[in-house]
Write a protein that binds this ligand. Structure first.
Ligand code: ADP
Ligand code: MG
Length: 390
């Protein structure tokens, strides 16, 4: 029995305890890490996430009385009970706003869904920048879609999940996380164009290539984060206006020197623009390497991405910088912060044989610096959302 099958059986058993009857099925949606393409999504650019083996499972059964009942092993308190007919955004709804928002978004889009009982378990670390929120939303979306026979395409489920997070939960996230959770396939990274939402599966079977991907969850989250995100976003929009383009995506890397010269009297915006334009180019470089069967060659691209996020976009922090420096010094092929920044996780690409020594070097450097011990785990590009049982 695989881990996932085991936890599907367990999730179904707990559902039965909670609700007194077996679920109609168990659905899974993964967390994700972004391999490359950071702070490009709100600039209409490229991203390339991959799905983690860590998943959120939703056991679910339909109801005929228009009630939505929600329970999670990751939440404090008991079952949340809501009426589908009066779902509305409330500022302090807590975790239940994510799945409730998905039901709301489905109905807003005109899909006919009835009530449901849902129970969630998750192995995606919460709040670590690995997108437990999108995993929760997409698991809910797929479960409700399946329970009510809607048959919506995956990218559509991702859009509805994003709508739930934007308009119901109130978090202004892009489309990457939900698309990764809904659309990824095992052994591949997902090359996504956030302008037109076209995507392509790019081969990245890291294990078969003798490589390890390590996720280093620093377990810190600096307060700075939210305001800094809004500032960076506004700065990028200012840059696009100054350059006369719809979005920074429209500045080709070959024209970067000219663009930077035009921004000479606004050094803050100039640096933001340099990051976004070079980062889009790095995504394309990484895609080219993976398509050509050269996974090791993305190492330096990842590290260059970190330098750009640290020096130009200024969203790193001491813990993330330490993780990247130490990993590189200990023989990693490349490393970078992943996610929005100011904490969260770093991603390290290493030869299999170097995974142990690099992990040890990271642990010992964090201890010496007096930082919280990081959580370090291997990732392999996993599958997107799916039905597990029956
Ligand atoms: P991230 O998506 O990076 O993990 P977020 O702050 O976007 O961080 O989302 C974390 C929030 O999502 C949690 O605080 C909780 O409200 C909700 N959440 C995610 N997964 C679960 C779960 N399995 N059970 C209950 N709530 C969850
Ligand atoms: Mg999130």
């Amino acid at each position: 029995m695989t881990d996932t099958a085991h936890s599907a059986a367990h999730t179904a058993a707990v559902f039965r305890q909670e609700y007194g009857a077996a679920p109609a099925g168990v659905w899974a949606a993964p967390g994700r890490v972004n391999l490359i393409g950071e702070h490009t999504d709100y600039n209409a650019g490229f991203v390339m996430p991959l799905a983690l083996p860590h998943t959120t499972l939703a056991a679910a059964a339909p109801r005929t009385d228009g009630l939505l009942r929600l329970t999670s092993d990751g939440a404090l308190g008991g079952t949340v009970e809501l009426r589908l007919d009066d779902l509305r955004r409330t500022p302090d709804a807590g975790w239940a706003a994510y799945p409730a928002g998905v039901a709301w978004a489905l109905r807003e889009a005109g899909h006919r869904i009835g009530g449901a009982d849902l129970y969630f378990t998750s192995t995606v670390p919460l709040g670590a920048g690995l997108s437990s929120s999108a995993a929760l939303e997409v698991a809910t979306a797929l479960a409700l879609d399946d329970l009510h026979g809607l048959g919506l395409p995956r990218p559509e489920l991702a859009l509805l999940a994003q709508r739930a997070e934007n308009a119901f939960v109130g978090v202004p996230c892009g489309i990457m996380d939900q698309t990764a959770a809904a659309c990824c396939t095992a052994g591949h990274a997902l090359f996504l164009d956030t302008r037109d939402l076209t995507h392509r599966h790019v081969p990245f079977d890291s294990a078969a290539a003798g490589l390890r991907l390590l996720v280093v969850d620093t377990r810190v989250r600096h307060q700075l984060g939210d305001g800094a995100y809004a500032e960076r976003r506004a700065g990028c929009e200012r840059g696009a206006r100054a350059l006369g383009v719809r979005a920074l995506r429209d500045v080709p890397v070959a024209l970067l020197p000219e663009a930077l010269a035009k921004l000479a009297d606004d050094p803050v915006v100039r640096d933001l623009v340099r990051h976004v334009v070079t980062e889009n180019d790095r995504v394309e470089q990484a895609v080219a390497h993976l398509d050509a069967g050269r996974p090791r060659a993305i190492g330096p691209v990842l590290t260059a991405g970190h330098t750009s996020l640290r020096d130009d976009f200024k969203v790193s922090c001491p813990e993330l910088d330490l993780a990247v420096e130490v990993a590189d010094a200990a023989g990693a092929l490349g490393a970078r912060m992943t996610g929005g920044g100011f904490g969260g996780s770093a991603l390290v690409l290493v030869e299999e044989a170097a995974a142990e020594p690099v992990t040890e070097a990271l642990r010992s450097a964090f201890a010496t610096a007096g930082h919280t011990p990081p959580r370090i785990f291997p990732a392999v590009p996993g599958a997107g959302a799916r039905r597990l049982t029956p």
